[in-house]
Design a protein around this ligand. Sequence first.
Ligand SMILES: Cc1cn([C@H]2C[C@H](O)[C@@H](COP(=O)(O)OP(=O)(O)O[C@H]3O[C@H](C)C(=O)[C@H](O)[C@H]3O)O2)c(=O)[nH]c1=O
Length: 186
Amino acid sequence: MKIESLAIPEVKLIIPPKFGDARGFFSETWSASKLKAQGFDETFVQDNQSFSAAKGTIRGLHCQVAPSVQGKLVRVIRGAIWDVAVDIRKGSPTYGKWVAAELSAENWAQLWIPGGFLHGFCTIAPDTEVIYKVTADYDKAAERAVIWNDPDLALPWPVAPGEELLSDKDKIAPRLATCESWFTYP
Ligand SMILES: Cc1cn([C@H]2C[C@H](O)[C@@H](COP(=O)(O)OP(=O)(O)O[C@H]3O[C@H](C)C(=O)[C@H](O)[C@H]3O)O2)c(=O)[nH]c1=O
């Protein structure tokens, strides 16, 4: 498994091998032992899957706080997303900074977003299917959100203004500056 750190090194791009032949392909999309051998040792407790019919669907910016802080290992099995992680660990040298990657069924790339980061994505193809492993159970009481178009973050979402599709919840999320510090660094 190829693992590379992004500009915020805690966020990792992971590309598993894909073995193609005349029938199609086989891929070991996650291996605890192979990742541990490369220093990636996380325990996942839940698998999630979301389907977004429209290109320009934005889900995020979300996280869970203690006692249910979630790390997420995200991949795309159909379509494509622009996947973004924002460092919101108070005291972090990269606080308020973000990194992003295109994840697609084509490039087979996965993104590891550790706890302490907001996560969100924008679909860049219709009928996009996202699958991700998380390191803590869903805990509605621990869910937090920051508005997708926070001017302090100025995320370059790959969708024309006004064409984004969001949940009602995501449309009314607060700005990062108005949120108490949910995470501290290190
Ligand atoms: C996240 C989650 C949701 N739900 C239920 C709660 C709602 O009734 C329904 C839809 O939830 P929501 O609108 O929060 O789904 P997304 O907007 O895709 O949220 C996710 O989007 C971003 C990209 C994330 O990183 C998180 O995993 C998650 O927040 O599924 C569950 O039952 N379990 C869960 O783990």
